[in-house]
Design a protein around this ligand. Sequence first.
Ligand SMILES: Nc1ncnc2c1ncn2[C@@H]1O[C@H](COP(=O)(O)OP(=O)(O)O)[C@@H](O)[C@H]1O
Ligand SMILES: [Mg+2]
Length: 354
Amino acid sequence: MTHLQVQICLESVTAKLKLSRAEVIEILLKNVNPNLKSILKDLRVEYIGYIGNFYDIIKVIGEGTYGSVLKVQDQETKKLYALKLLSNQAKTTSFLEEAAILADLSNYKECNRYIVCVYDIFNAYYKNKIRTFVKMELIEGHELFYLLNLMYKKNISLPYDLIRLILYSVLKALSYIHGRGVAHRDIKPENIMFNSKYIKLIDFGFGCTNKKIRSTCSQILGTQMYAAPEIFRTYSSFTNNYVKLDYIKFDMWALGVMILAFINVEYFEDRYEEDFNKHIMETKGSFMKYIPHIRDKIDAPDIKYILENLLQFNPTKRISAKEALKLINKDKIGTVKELNEFYNSCHKISKLSD
Ligand SMILES: Nc1ncnc2c1ncn2[C@@H]1O[C@H](COP(=O)(O)OP(=O)(O)O)[C@@H](O)[C@H]1O
Ligand SMILES: [Mg+2]
């Protein structure tokens, strides 16, 4: 049968049965010819199936600003994946942009090591509505946020070799995406996951190329705690926009704040915001000069130096990921295994005293 015949046949069937194309295709695919799917693809007919026809939903693993993340199993291959489900209202370009950026990034080797791999973006029926899904590798692990929380609750500090490991891993991810003109825009411990094999950057929900800052991307702000000072200086109520912001530098500040949290989680939870707000309008020097009690206690010259330069008020003076990578003491980077052991020991202490 030629494509044209299939097309005509399809139109007449949809008219006769008073069903949509998608519904007819769904029935055809289920019942007739397994090769039909590729023919329909050629005809540029979007096939929208029910998510439950392809994946078994095992559980919800994350609830976020853009929608939930599901742990699923592919019915054919039995492989496990994470599916990020877009909330109804959030069906915007920023989400599609995320997938496009990530799917592209996934073609590169380093994505396997420091960046979550994205395989596909597609529409499917879920709870009787058409929804957009991003299919990602499933990271069976924890957010760095949980670790930070445990450290805070139990007043435990992270050894410098492990702080260096986190710094190094995020720098590797950032130097890679920044090198391709992509900013993450929401660097924070919730968006970094670790397991026994790796530390990976996830959630490119705010990802956007520097070129697009003035359009869709300028509407969105990352998490306040990690936001760079220039964002508060450059907001123009006139245009209702953030003008001339370099979001690559924005990521570098956020990383600095996050590392500061790992160095002294108590300060971060209790005082950071207050101190930062005092200096929000400054344009010179490093935030570190205002916290000498923390700066002087840092017993790792490379981390201290990098931190001074990540937390520069002036974004043009702020160090890049590539430069920071050169400054890190590579002989003293802890292993992911050690990070897991540390996490497990915190967990035990936490359980004992709860
Ligand atoms: N690929 C993944 N594998 C495992 N868990 C994930 C994955 N992606 C996200 N999660 C979990 O879901 C949470 C929310 O996902 P995220 O992409 O950060 O969405 P949001 O934009 O809503 O913050 C994450 O913080 C994490 O705990
Ligand atoms: Mg997130």
